[in-house]
Design a protein around this ligand. Structure first.
Ligand SMILES: [Zn+2]
Length: 59
């Protein structure tokens, strides 16, 4: 079985783990009700609609 010759340094290990962190921007979709950008699978923040009906009251 292959065995690592050297211990992975903290810098190298952390650099590897940081690669995916915050690289993926937040996904945004258009609200079918008010056409504002919103997060998918979330109630729309501007009109309060989800699944074609109002679920929260928005001022
Ligand atoms: Zn909306």
């Amino acid at each position: 079985m292959a065995v690592p010759k050297r211990k992975t340094s903290k810098a190298r290990r952390d650099k590897r783990r940081a690669s995916s962190y915050r690289l993926n921007k937040a996904t945004v979709v258009e609200c079918p009700q008010c056409h504002e950008p919103k997060q998918p699978h979330r109630v729309c923040r501007s009109c309060g609609y989800y699944k074609n009906r109002e679920v929260i009251a928005v001022e």
